[in-house]
Write a protein that binds this ligand. Structure first.
Ligand SMILES: *Cc1c(COP(=O)(O)O)cnc(C)c1O
Length: 424
């Protein structure tokens, strides 16, 4: 084994250090395995209960009428996420699109959207109109109200109550911290928030942005009263095999509205050919619990490694985890850059290229990104990025297998060691 790691460019020092750190993670890894085992059975049961058959693996073309594979997959998703119905489509281009469809399907002029747990993900700013953008909900006369978290990261129930007005139609709650500094919410916490809101007005539609959270716990937002659960197939639930797509699970009437928004009023779910993606979406969902647990172990390993070296990690090495994102605060640009270079070197695709910081649209500083992916931009695959600004934090996620995630972290360590940023 040591020889193999040496051939892969890992020095003995890095190897030893990594193995020592790993010894302390056994219990947490066991817990991740138990969650994966439970979720594997959950997915399997959903497939069996919905009679997934060989015919489901074939796709459709043209209008896509009577696409049994697509329609059955939607039933499987509804079972897994414990909702009445689901829209799972390759025509949903990404997670942002899924969220946009969900919001614009439900909200009407004069309605208000409430974010009771702080500002949502960056890409939603333009959709909602927090930031001026053509075609935003604001342009259609839909208003927005936000209640920030309290300084200890908990929900500000008092102000949430005050923020609920007669025109409040819908609430958006983001499970994962995304690229913010707040902690990720557990499904249980989300459930408490939903109960509180429903206790004030039971007709308010509660949507959860589930990105990066799927299969990290044994329960999902649909189990705790969410009316809509939304996410991307090139993150956790696609298991790395889904080449494209997004999902919206939820109450029947709401999912129907989403289908009318995604395709057209009247046509809804009836159209939308699956082409050749059905098998990948099924197989990806089937593998998703295992893939997610591998990514989760990678995140735990990264936190333990970098915390031991004195870097601040969010979440830290011992906190409970509710998503697969790990941030490591390097405090200086050299650290962030060396980390990303190491991750890139560990990739199965494009391992020979060197990531460089560049002025990415939408960011106010240069951003460095490392990804050597099979599926463009799929962040369930091993990837890392971070803006070149104080505190020079790297955001790391994914890994289709635990062994690859482990190797990626070791390569990042080697890279920092070679650049003399760390001592071992
Ligand atoms: C990734 C992500 C999104 C958006 O997904 P894209 O597929 O990148 O458009 C939305 N919300 C959260 C919390 C995310 O992590």
């Amino acid at each position: 084994m040591n020889e193999m790691y040496e051939k892969m460019g890992i020095s003995e020092k890095v190897l030893k250090f990594s193995e020592t750190v790993l010894e302390g993670l056994k219990e947490r890894f066991d817990e991740a395995d138990r969650i994966a085992e439970y979720n594997q059975l959950k997915v399997l049961k959903a497939m069996q209960d919905n009679n997934v058959s060989e015919a489901c693996m074939y796709g459709s073309t043209g209008y896509g009428y009577n696409d049994i594979g697509r329609d059955t997959l939607e039933k499987v998703y509804a079972s897994v996420f414990n909702t009445e119905s689901a829209l799972v489509r390759s025509q949903i281009t990404c997670g942002t699109h899924a969220l946009s469809v969900a919001l614009s399907a439900i909200l009407r002029p004069g309605d208000e959207l409430l974010a009771p747990a702080g500002k949502p993900y960056d890409t939603l700013e333009g959709i909602i109109g927090i930031k001026e953008a053509k075609g935003s909900l604001a342009e259609f006369g839909i208003s927005y109200c936000q209640v920030d978290l309290l300084s200890d990261g908990s929900f500000d129930y008092e102000n949430i109550k005050k923020a609920i007005k007669p025109e409040t139609k819908m609430v958006t709650i983001q499970r994962s911290k995304g690229y913010q500094t707040r902690p990720t919410f557990s499904v249980e916490q989300i459930g408490e928030l939903i109960s509180f809101i429903k206790g004030i007005r039971s007709d308010i539609i509660c949507m959860v942005d589930n990105c990066y959270g799927e299969f990290v716990e044994t329960i999902e937002p649909g189990d705790v009263g969410a009316d809509m659960v939304v996410g991307s197939l090139i993150k956790n639930p696609g298991g790395g095999l889904a080449p494209i797509g997004g999902y919206i699970c939820g109450r029947e009437e709401l999912v129907e509205l989403c289908a009318y928004r995604l395709t057209t009023p009247g046509l809804g779910k009836e159209v939308g050919a699956s082409l050749n993606v059905n098998t990948s979406l099924y197989q990806g969902l089937f593998l998703a619990p295992t893939v997610t647990s591998g990514a989760l172990k990678g995140a735990m390993f990264a936190a333990a490694v970098y915390e031991k070296l004195g870097f601040r990690c969010v979440p830290n090495a011992t906190e409970p985890r509710y998503d697969i994102i790990q941030s490591v605060v390097f405090g200086k640009p050299e650290g962030l850059i060396a980390f990303c270079k190491g991750i890139q070197k560990a990739a199965p695709v494009d391992s020979f290229v060197t990531p460089e910081p560049w002025p990415m649209p939408g960011y106010h500083s240069d951003v460095i990104m490392a990804a050597g992916n099979f599926i463009q931009g799929a962040s369930i695959e091993l990837s890392a990025d971070g803006p070149l600004e104080d505190p020079y934090a790297a955001y790391f996620q994914g890994g289709l297998t635990w062994y690859h995630a482990k190797f990626g972290i070791m390569m990042s360590l080697q890279s920092l060691y070679d650049e003399k940023i760390i001592e071992l």
